[in-house]
Design a protein around this ligand. Structure first.
Ligand SMILES: C[S@@+](CC[C@H](N)C(=O)[O-])C[C@H]1O[C@@H](n2cnc3c(N)ncnc32)[C@H](O)[C@@H]1O
Length: 242
């Protein structure tokens, strides 16, 4: 992940513009307000460039955590009022608790049941009894099909970036697929360079999410997001700490 989340971290705002997160962040807030209206504090695991947090912080006092110092630095520019901490979502232990622990697309980097279980345990140790864990994987196995997409935008001057993303399903019986990212970066001086990186992603059936959350000590509810985007709506896994 060195290319995407270290070398190209400063390009995150062009790759995945913050405006694209407004609608989904509003949907996450709507769901949390319905399930836990008194929630005030939130810990985000794998907060990346802080684009969801940019909207969530208007409703919650946010602590943002990520494996990548460079992504945290990018987030710090648009979310200076949030606390930023480096840490692996599987082993994080901040020694405090929050009303909500939230993991968005970064949870897709968990490719085994052991990893997922570790993140759920980390979420649980950062919650008071009754606190809410919210997991938003991009896909569950039942709704997944391989896809190809293009993205990227233009920045100031000649700076610009384009990306091709190509996901490949796990082999039968496996829980890890592969996403290939091809980046074409145009620097301020107009020169271009090409970078390629492949990332594993985890893909689990709904039953696995529910079973692991229950085994970790949560009462579980699954909700389908409401979205106007042209894609299969995501399943959101909510765990209430017992
Ligand atoms: C697609 S980005 C997240 C973007 C984020 N949703 C946003 O709103 O900007 C995925 C992030 O997951 C982080 N990540 C991957 N594995 C991780 C782990 N084990 N613990 C914490 N963060 C992790 C990466 O460093 C990267 O910043």
């Amino acid at each position: 992940m060195k290319i995407f989340y270290e070398e190209l971290a400063p390009w995150w705002p062009l790759l995945s513009p913050v405006e694209d997160y407004a609608a989904e962040a509003a949907e996450f807030i709507r769901i949390i307000e319905e399930k836990f209206p008194a929630a005030r504090t939130m810990l985000e695991l794998g907060s990346g460039g802080g684009h969801n947090a940019f909207y969530l912080k208007r409703r919650f006092a946010m602590t943002l955590t990520d494996l990548s110092k460079e992504m945290l630095r990018v987030s710090g520019r648009i979310n200076p009022e949030c606390r930023h901490m480096e840490g692996d979502m599987r082993t994080l232990d901040l020694g405090g608790t929050f009303d909500v622990v939230f993991a968005h697309d970064a949870i897709d980097y968990m490719t085994t049941e052991t990893d997922l279980r570790a993140v759920m345990a980390a979420a649980r140790r950062h919650l008071e009894p009754g606190g809410l864990a919210m997991f938003v994987p991009d896909h569950v196995k039942e709704r997944y099909s391989p896809e190809t997409s293009c993205g990227g935008t233009d920045g100031e001057g000649r700076r610009a970036l384009r990306c091709l993303e190509w996901t490949m399903a796990p082999d039968p019986g496996e829980t890890a697929g592969v996403t290939h990212y091809c980046f074409l970066v145009r620097e301020a001086d107009g020169s271009t360079r090409f970078l390629h990186e492949s990332h594993p992603f985890g893909l689990f059936p709904r039953e696995t999410w529910v079973r692991l959350l229950e085994q970790t000590g949560f009462s579980v509810e699954t909700v389908e997001e409401r979205t106007l985007e042209e894609r299969t709506p995501r399943l959101i896994f909510l765990g209430r700490k017992i």
